[in-house]
Design a protein around this ligand. Structure first.
Ligand SMILES: [Zn+2]
Length: 303
């Protein structure tokens, strides 16, 4: 059994995963309750011991770690966080996990883990070239190319939320301007809808009212999808994927998001790129990071 962790900024998930990508047990714990007074890694290690304590009859072959931030996959160290989580940068995930549990451990960024999980046991099973874009408060991304997660020189590639869509756009959390995330995130949709209605609506409310025929919201959604599609078109031209996966809760909106998005991208990309291209919703949800982390362990242990 592979012990898999998915470390986020507010919670950590633990699971036991077999070599076919099935999760047998899982749990989630808050890690931000004291505003990071206890360093995130200390909390994770403590909770990991507690979780595993309940499975003393199961032998652990190794640990796969999916984690927020920029993770150097060669060393299993957090090398960047954009300052979001105090004390997280510099955390040696691989080394600490190996010291505490006495088995090999490997770490990967959570967005790359999610797309790897989807390719292993989710919607992109069997695909070798997949671009995943997760639409949430921000925009996350991950790449599997030629069957392997693509990490670039330091293992931190795939920041798909932070390429410039409009050079004159608003300032982004990364310090640049007009990043894709500022237009394609659900935060961007909520902002657009506030501009036309004067109200702050949740994503769910926006889609509910649009479905009831609110034309202002339908137009706002249309503009949002247009921006998402622009970015995806560029990504398709760069990577020539077999599948573009859309993650995030909003991807459940088939009629109001996925269908028009699919239509737009398939008609905008150069014809050869559209042949066989699938644009689908990710299906593993909150389990994607854990399953991807288990797969990452299986990939790395062979090296
Ligand atoms: Zn940015």
């Amino acid at each position: 059994m592979i012990f898999c962790w998915d470390i986020g900024g507010t919670a950590v998930k633990f699971g036991l995963c077999d070599r076919q990508g099935t999760l047998y047990a899982k749990d989630e714990k808050s890690v931000s309750s004291d505003h990071y007074e206890t360093p995130l890694l200390d909390k994770v290690l403590r909770e990991a011991r507690v979780f595993l304590g309940a499975f003393s009859d199961i032998s652990i072959e190794g640990i796969g770690i999916s984690a927020t931030g920029q993770i150097d996959t060669r060393t299993g160290t957090v090398i960047g966080t954009n300052g979001k989580i105090p004390g997280w940068e510099g955390s040696c995930l691989k080394q600490s996990a190996e010291e505490v549990f006495g088995v090999p451990a490997f770490a990967i960024n959570d967005a790359n883990a999610a797309v790897l999980g989807e390719c292993f046991a989710g919607r992109a099973k069997g695909r070798k070239n997949v671009v995943m874009v997760t639409l949430g408060t921000g925009v996350g991304g991950g790449l599997v190319l030629d069957g392997r997660p693509y990490g670039g020189a330091k293992g931190i590639a795939g920041e798909l939320g932070h390429f410039t869509l409009y050079a004159d756009g608003p300032e982004c959390t990364c310090g640049k301007r007009g990043c894709y995330e500022n237009y394609a995130s659900t935060t961007a949709l909520i902002r657009k809808c506030r501009e036309v209605t004067g109200n702050i609506l949740t994503g769910r409310e926006i889609f509910e009212r649009a479905r009831e025929g609110d034309t202002r919201l339908l137009q706002a959604i249309d503009g949002w999808i247009s921006d998402i599609a622009h970015g995806l078109t560029g990504l398709v031209h760069i990577f020539n994927p077999e599948m573009v996966l859309i993650g995030g809760g909003v991807s459940a909106q088939e009629e109001l998001l996925m269908a028009p998005l699919r239509d737009r991208v398939l008609h905008t990309v150069m014809p050869r790129f559209a042949e066989g291209l699938e644009i689908e919703r990710a299906i593993l949800g909150n389990d994607a990071g854990m399953i991807g982390a288990a797969k990452w362990f299986m990939e790395k242990e062979k090296e």
